[in-house]
Design a protein. Sequence first.
Length: 246
Amino acid sequence: MASIKDAVEDAFQENSSVIKYVIYAVPLFWVINYAGTDVLVYNLGAILTGLLLFGFMLTCTYNVRKCNNFVLPTFNIFSVLWTGLKGVLALAPVAVLAYLVAIFITKLVTQYVADDSVAGVICNIVYCIFASLAFTSYLLYSHRFKILDAYNVKTLFKYCIDILLAVGFMLVLIATVDVIIVFPVTYLIWLFIGLPNPVAIFFWCVVAVLNLAIAGDYLAQISYEKIEVKENEEADAKDAENAKIN
């Protein structure tokens, strides 16, 4: 069973893990605190930061799925940035398509369901279901970094609900971890130097990167548990059935 405890422990298993979190938090801190007037510079920085952090999480998922002795990516931010760019290019079509279809269905719901509260519930369920397709596509791609894996339609629809429930549970667990980590430190910062201030903001940025590492690790566990194990069990069952027939 996927374990948030294992994910947290894995996130700190390397001697250089804290240093990596600090380094990868710098671009995020810059985006949050950018005080320049050049919109183009800011937008470019924000895009690159998004790609870098997505590549960071994607690499963590890949490393855990491959059972590597390390979870976090290297200090080579350009390699991680490239991984993030490739991941976005590979997964963007399914994410955009899922979003557009969800928008189309929710518009139909609001037109034909008179009760606003009922329509709202149905629309939220629709959004969650189609978001689960994007998460499942992410998990399939992160296994081998093969684009075709992300578009295995049969697997996407077969496991998307299981992935949705697991991801929802993961978000609750990560929020719990954040409360344990963030609240005491933030309280001390507020007590001694007040809020908001750059120290607190940078600390929160570091925790955000830590969250990506934990999420990447946990998602890899979900992928193995919800997809690979079940696929192997079905394959073994088919082999046993064929053996009986023969």
